[in-house]
Design a protein around this ligand. Structure first.
Ligand SMILES: NC(=O)C1=CN([C@@H]2O[C@H](COP(=O)(O)OP(=O)(O)OC[C@H]3O[C@@H](n4cnc5c(N)ncnc54)[C@H](OP(=O)(O)O)[C@@H]3O)[C@@H](O)[C@H]2O)C=CC1
Ligand SMILES: O=C1O[C@H](COP(=O)(O)O)[C@@H](O)[C@H](O)[C@H]1O
Length: 517
C-alpha cells in the first residue's frame, strides 16, 4: 500500500504498472530473419540496448535464425554493425558479453525439419535450466510472405509446453494489404497463437513522444479542456523522410506510402490523439477507446486525397529510375489525405495525414491548430498551435501570442517551448524498439496493435487503396514533386482547403537542429 502511494505521488500512472507475466529468467529470444535489414538496424541494437541497461531476463540467450548460411563470426559482425556508443571500456565489455550470448542457426521457413533442428538447438540451451519453465520469445523480422508458414511451424515444432513455460511471438507490419488479406493473415496466425501470445508491432507506438500523448492529454486539465471541435480548427500529422526508396523499390512498389506509413503509423498516432479518456490505462481499455474512435471515421474519400511521386532532382534519382521499380509505376511515394471523425468531440475537424519519401527533411510531427480569436481588440493575429515533434529532437511547443515588449500593446507570435534535449539534458530517450521488446518481455500489450484495431484501420483505407490500384477501372496518376522538395506544389492549397492558416509575418520557428544551440 505504502509502495503504491509512493508510486502515485511520483506521477506513475498506477494501472500502467505491470500486472503482467514478465519473462524474468529461463528465456531464449529467437530472431527469425536475423540476416535481414530490420534485424541488423533495429532488433539487435534494441536487444543490446536492453541488455546494457540490465532489462533482459537473467541468463537470457539470443538465437538468430534465417536461411543464409553464415558462421558465428559473420553473424556477430552483421548483428553488431549498427550498434553505437560502445567506445568506452564499459560499452566494449558489455558488447563482448552480448556476443557471448548470441548464436545463429540456419534453416528454411517452410519445412518442419528445419524447425525441428531449431527446437533441438533451443533444448540444448535450455538443458542447463534449474527449473522446468522454458520461455521463448520469437521475433519475426521477416517479410509478410512467410509470416503464415513460420507462425505455423513455430507452433508445431518449437512451442515450449513444459509446465509454467511462456511462448510469445512478435510480428512486424505490414499486416496484410487490405481488409480481406489482413483478415486472412490474422485468421491464419490465430490458428496457432492466442491473442495473448501475439504482439503485433507498430513501432510508432514505442516512440517516446507518441507514448507522451497519453500524459499530455490526460494529465493536464488545461490541455484537455481545449481538446475538441470548439477550440481546434484542424490537425495535421506529418511524416517526412529525406531519402527515397532506393534499394527497397521492389517492396515499396507493392505497398506504397499509404500502407507503409499512413494506414499504420499515422493512424495509430491519430487514434491516441483523438480517443476519449480510457476507463483505465490497461492495455484493453486503451485499445477499446482507440477502436471506438477509429470506428467513427468513414473510409477516405478520393476528393480528400492528394497523391504524389518524386522525380529526379538535385542530382538524386526519381522513383522510376530505381531498377527494382516497374517502369511507369504509378505507386504514390507521397500522400496527403483528410480524415473526419463523426463523434461529438470532433465533428467537422479535419485530420490531415501527410507522408512522403524523398522530401526536404526528416521530420514527424503533430500540429494542432486552434481557431481564430473571436472578434475583439486584435485583428489578424496568428492562431495558437500546439506542435508535438515526434522526431528528430523531441519537443512540445505551443505557439501563442504575447505582448511585444515595450510601450505599445501589440501582439507578437512566440512560443512556449519544451525541447527535450534542452529541458532534460542527459535523459536517455529509449529507442522505440527497446521500449516495445521490453513490453513484450513483460507481457504488456498496451503498445501493440489489437486485431480489431487492424480491422477498422483497413476499413478506412481499403477503398482508396483499391481505387489507386485501378480496381474501379481508371488508375489515378500521382502528381510529381522534385526529390528533396517540400512535396507536390498542390500541397499548400490542399491544406488551406481544410482551414489551415499560416501565421503572420515575423514568427521565428524554434530551432530544430540542436547542434547549433
Ligand atoms: N527494415 C526496416 O527498417 C523495417 C522493416 N519492417 C518490417 O520488418 C520485416 C522485415 O523487414 P526487413 O528486415 O527490411 O526485410 P528483409 O528483406 O531484409 O528480410 C529479412 C530476412 O528475411 C529473409 N527473406 C527475404 N525475402 C524473403 C522471401 N521472399 N522469402 C523468404 N525469406 C525472405 C531473408 O533472410 P534469409 O534469406 O537469410 O532467410 C532476409 O534477410 C518486414 O515485415 C518489414 O515490413 C518494419 C519497420 C521497419
Ligand atoms: O515502417 C517504416 O518506418 C520507417 C520509418 O521509421 P522511423 O522510425 O525512422 O520513423 C520507414 O522508413 C519505412 O519505409 C517504413 O516501412
Amino acid at each position: 500500500m505504502a509502495q503504491q502511494r509512493q508510486r502515485s505521488m511520483s506521477g506513475t500512472i498506477p494501472s500502467m504498472e505491470s500486472d503482467h507475466q514478465a519473462l524474468r529468467d529461463n528465456t531464449v529470444i529467437i530472431v527469425l530473419g536475423a540476416s535481414g535489414d530490420l534485424a541488423k538496424k533495429k532488433t539487435y541494437p534494441a536487444l543490446f540496448g536492453l541488455f546494457r541497461m540490465g532489462f533482459l531476463p537473467k541468463g537470457v540467450k539470443i538465437v538468430g535464425y534465417a536461411r543464409t548460411k553464415m558462421d558465428n563470426a559473420e553473424y556477430l559482425k552483421r548483428i553488431t554493425s549498427y550498434i553505437k556508443n560502445v567506445d568506452d571500456d564499459e560499452g566494449k565489455a558489455k558488447l563482448e558479453e552480448f556476443k557471448q550470448l548470441s548464436t545463429y542457426v540456419s534453416g528454411g521457413y517452410e519445412d518442419g525439419e528445419s524447425f525441428d533442428k531449431l527446437n533441438q538447438y533451443l533444448q540444448e540451451i535450455e538443458s542447463g535450466y534449474q527449473s522446468k519453465e522454458r520461455n521463448r520469445l520469437f521475433y519475426l523480422a521477416l517479410p509478410p510472405s512467410v509470416f503464415i508458414p513460420v507462425a505455423k511451424n513455430l507452433k508445431q515444432h518449437c512451442y515450449s509446453d513444459t509446465k509454467g513455460s511462456i511462448n510469445r511471438v512478435i510480428v512486424e507490419k505490414p499486416f496484410g494489404k487490405d481488409l480481406e488479406s489482413c483478415r486472412e493473415l490474422l485468421r491464419s496466425i490465430k490458428e496457432h497463437w492466442t491473442e495473448d501470445e501475439t504482439f503485433r508491432i507498430d513501432h510508432y507506438l514505442g516512440k517516446e513522444m507518441v507514448k507522451n500523448l497519453l500524459v499530455l492529454r490526460f494529465a493536464n486539465v488545461a490541455m484537455n479542456a481545449a481538446w475538441d471541435k470548439n477550440s481546434i480548427s484542424n490537425v495535421q500529422i506529418t511524416f517526412k523522410e529525406p531519402f527515397g526508396t532506393e534499394g527497397r523499390g521492389g517492396y515499396f512498389d507493392e505497398f506504397g506510402i499509404i500502407r507503409d506509413i499512413l494506414q499504420n503509423h499515422l493512424l495509430q498516432v491519430l487514434s491516441i490523439l483523438a480517443m476519449e479518456r480510457p476507463v483505465s490505462f490497461s492495455a484493453e481499455d486503451i485499445r477499446d477507446e482507440k477502436v471506438k474512435v477509429l470506428r467513427a471515421i468513414p473510409p477516405v474519400e478520393r476528393e480528400d486525397t492528394l497523391l504524389g511521386q518524386y522525380v529526379a532532382a538535385n542530382g538524386k534519382p526519381g522513383y522510376l529510375d530505381d531498377d527494382t521499380v516497374p517502369p511507369n509505376s504509378v505507386c504514390p511515394t507521397f500522400t496527403a489525405t483528410t480524415l473526419w471523425i463523426h463523434n461529438p468531440r470532433w465533428e467537422g475537424v479535419p485530420f490531415i495525414l501527410k507522408a512522403g519519401k524523398a522530401l526536404n527533411e526528416a521530420k514527424v510531427e503533430i500540429r494542432i491548430q486552434f481557431k481564430d480569436v473571436t472578434q475583439g481588440i486584435f485583428k489578424d493575429i496568428s492562431r495558437n498551435e500546439l506542435v508535438i515533434r515526434i522526431q528528430p529532437a523531441e519537443a512540445v511547443y505551443l505557439k501563442l501570442n504575447a505582448k511585444t515588449p515595450g510601450l505599445y500593446t501589440r501582439a507578437f507570435p512566440t512560443e512556449m517551448d519544451l525541447t527535450y534535449k534542452r529541458r532534460f539534458l542527459d535523459a536517455h530517450i529509449p529507442e522505440a524498439y527497446e521500449s516495445l521488446i521490453l513490453d513484450a518481455l513483460k507481457g504488456d500489450h498496451s503498445n501493440f496493435v489489437r486485431d480489431d484495431e487492424l480491422d477498422v484501420a483497413w476499413k478506412i483505407f481499403t477503398p482508396i487503396l483499391h481505387w489507386i490500384e485501378g480496381r474501379s477501372g481508371q488508375v489515378p496518376r500521382p502528381v510529381s514533386y522534385p526529390y528533396g522538395s517540400r512535396g507536390p506544389k498542390e500541397l499548400e492549397a490542399f491544406i488551406q482547403k481544410y482551414g489551415y492558416k499560416r501565421g503572420t509575418e515575423g514568427y521565428a520557428w524554434p530551432v530544430t537542429n540542436l547542434a547549433v544551440l
